[in-house]
Design a protein. Structure first.
Ligand code: GAR
Length: 216
């Protein structure tokens, strides 16, 4: 069977793109990156894609008169590349309803919180300010309301006394790089079903242990 063709959409550093590039380098990984799109020129993620020999397009949203036209340009490029799954990886633009509908159940996102808590921006600082004892990251299918959609997988990390947004973001990012390629693998293996707006991963177990923070 052929590999699942991915488009990875970025706006910046591209460390999650790099995690997907590294996963795809393994011969038995069931997906491959067919296209990388950045809406911002000159970002580190573009260099990562180029270094990996991947096709990269910069589609600068500022050059389009409307969100719809920007999104249409992206859809045309993504379809021309034969893409089956879009992975948003630090893509910091809201997408039009048309684009989201067009890619329904064919587009996933990674977000640095335990959704549905802390949607939007500055989520690590907000989790600390709220006094939360855990945060983490979520891979989910994309729906129209920002940072909603069936959750495929999450990783939880403790929040430490003295954390700031940067130390917490770094702790979460380590887990992002594990769960994003894992979620893509499950989708490529045909193991993710969506029923009643919930994603079910066939044959994947939940851990049995609870984690308490602070330790008793
Ligand atoms: C990641 O932490 C990702 O979860 C977050 O942006 C960062 C991108 O880093 N995404 C969002 O906040 C989307 N709402 P990267 O460019 O190094 O992958």
């Amino acid at each position: 069977m052929g590999k699942l063709k991915l488009a990875v959409l970025i706006s910046g550093r591209g460390s999650n793109l790099q995690a997907l590039i590294d996963a795809c380098a393994a011969p038995d990984y069931p997906a491959e990156i067919a296209l990388v799109i950045s809406n911002v020129a000159g970002v580190e993620g573009i260099e990562r894609a180029t270094n990996a020999g991947l096709p990269v397009l910069v589609i600068d949203h500022k050059k389009y008169p409307s969100r719809a036209e920007f999104d249409l340009e992206m859809t045309q490029a993504i379809e021309a590349a034969g893409v089956e799954l879009i992975c948003l990886a630090g893509f910091m633009r809201l997408l039009s309803e048309e684009f989201i509908d067009h890619w329904h159940n064919r587009m996933i996102n990674i977000h640095p919180s335990l959704l549905p808590a802390f949607k939007g921006l500055d989520v690590q600082a907000r989790a600390i300010a709220a006094g939360a004892r855990f945060s983490g990251c979520t891979v989910h299918y994309v729906r129209f309301d920002m940072d909603t959609g069936p959750i495929i997988t999450q990783a939880a990390v403790p929040i430490h006394t003295g954390d700031d947004a940067d130390t917490l973001a770094a702790r979460i990012l380590v887990q992002e790089h594990i769960i994003y390629p894992q979620a893509v693998r499950w989708i490529a293996e045909g193991r993710v079903m969506i029923e009643n707006q919930q994603a079910i991963v066939d044959g994947a177990d939940a851990p049995t242990a609870a984690v308490i923070n602070p330790l008793p």
